[in-house]
Design a protein around this ligand. Structure first.
Ligand code: GLU
Length: 422
């Protein structure tokens, strides 16, 4: 039996994901049997990924794919290449995908995959071989009607193209819809690359307005300047927000009057880090989380706002661009302190929303215009924001509790309608 984790243990993404589910089920007044059913992934595959390196030696990597839920449709979720990837982390991320897809009402369950590999330490050829071998190992459980991978940390359009090609070569015909986040030339969607960031900026602006903070001239700090954080900073700045700090794993840069993002992006393109950008003050990476700002956007990895630094957070609103950046303990503390947290499953759902649009376009074999994609993304995100906000006001819950409750109820309702087989 999967016991609820004691509060004294060190939180991990998985213990936090389980606690969030437990809390949602308490609000919904569902019993332990429902918890056991919903907390247990439908399928987990753990594979060896032997890799022939460029110098001819062999490296055996570990890879995973977890399908947390298939109740509302095929499993959907990203593929992560990072050194610390492990089965428990993938389980947590897969569970979050289930709630995220349900919250924005996509016809999907949730999944996640990963390989424990540091992509920065491997050549393109090695990454291609690792991706193709991993794909062939998980081939029996993926497919456009089974489970559709997409990019996540450390993976890209190129990774998706290799997966699509490997899958297609094995089944004997071209199957673009087995992945999303593909290059445009292979059926990718316009607007997919920046979709997560667009969604983050959209709900961040809605949250500022909800709190009565004027968007024009409000201040923001963005922790993580990668796929999500970089464009989120840009969209916020375009809306009139003063982005005064951004960070990456190496350090942070700060300018009270607002960072010159054009100059910063030129610097980052050249040096692969914000460090050394001379039109701003240098700060330690962690300082991005504790500056006094209207808006804090953690957009890197899980578990960065924890019990040990939560009391130093001086933002008025936290918008979670990353998955699971706030531990459950820290989340409770932020709520006590009156800091509004827009949870990951809402804030960063824009990526999977446009993944769904990509899949839908693939099935129609008809490309939508960028305007159509962005308009429909806006509609989905705005609807989800309004629904979560209204629920949280009516039930006096946090936005996370409301988002979780809405999502979990939706998945359980689908389960009840399907019935339990046999
Ligand atoms: N990896 C992204 C996420 O965590 C996108 C998943 C997808 O598009 O399937 O939401």
């Amino acid at each position: 039996m999967l016991l609820d984790t004691p509060v004294t243990s060190v939180p991990t993404p998985l213990t936090d994901a389980r606690r969030q589910l437990r809390q949602a089920l308490n609000i919904l007044e569902y019993g332990d049997d429902v918890f056991e059913m919903l907390v247990t992934p439908r399928r987990e595959l753990s594979v060896a990924v032997p890799l022939r390196t460029d110098d001819g030696t062999m490296l055996t990597l570990r890879g995973y794919r977890v399908q947390h839920s298939l109740t509302r449709g095929p499993a959907k979720g990203g593929l992560r290449f990072a050194p610390g990837v492990n089965l428990d982390e993938v389980r947590a991320l897969a569970m979050w995908m289930t709630w995220k897809c349900a919250l924005v009402d996509l016809p999907y369950g949730g999944a996640k995959g990963g390989i424990a590999i540091d992509p920065t330490r491997h050549s393109l050829g090695e990454l291609e071989r690792a991706t193709r071998r991993y794909t062939s190992e998980i081939l029996p459980i993926i497919g456009p009607d089974r489970d559709i991978p997409a990019p996540d940390i450390g993976t890209s359009e190129q990774t998706m193209a290799w997966i699509m090609d490997t899958y297609s070569a094995n089944v004997g015909y071209t199957v673009p819809d087995v992945v999303t986040g593909k290059p445009l030339s292979l059926g990718g969607s316009l607007g997919r690359a920046t979709a997560t960031s667009r969604g983050v900026a959209l709900v961040a602006i809605a949250a500022l307005e909800h709190r009565g903070i004027r968007v024009e001239g409000s201040t923001a700090s963005v922790q993580g300047y990668g796929k999500v954080g970089r464009s989120a900073a840009r969209f916020l700045a375009d809306a009139g927000v003063r982005v005064i700090c951004v960070s990456d794993e190496h350090g942070a840069v700060h300018r009270a009057g607002g960072l010159d993002l054009d100059a910063l992006d030129r610097h980052v393109d050249m040096h692969r880090t914000v460090l050394g950008f001379d039109r701003a003050d240098a700060l330690a990476a962690g300082d991005a989380l504790t500056l006094e700002v209207d808006l804090l956007v953690p957009a890197a990895v899980e578990g960065v706002i924890t019990a040990s630094n939560v009391d130093e957070v001086r933002a008025r609103i936290v918008v979670e661009g990353a998955n699971g950046p706030t531990t459950t303990d820290a989340d409770e503390r932020l709520a006590e302190r009156g800091i509004l947290v827009v949870p990951d499953i809402l804030a960063n759902a824009g990526g999977v929303v446009v993944s769904y649009f990509e899949w839908a376009q693939g099935r129609q074999t008809y490309r939508w215009s960028l305007e159509t994609v962005e308009q429909r993304l806006r509609e989905r995100m705005t609807a989800a924001w309004n629904e979560v906000l209204t629920h949280s006001i009516r039930h006096r819950t946090t936005l996370r509790q409301s988002a979780m409750t809405i999502a979990v109820a939706r998945v359980y309702d689908a389960h009840l309608n399907r019935g339990l087989y046999p």
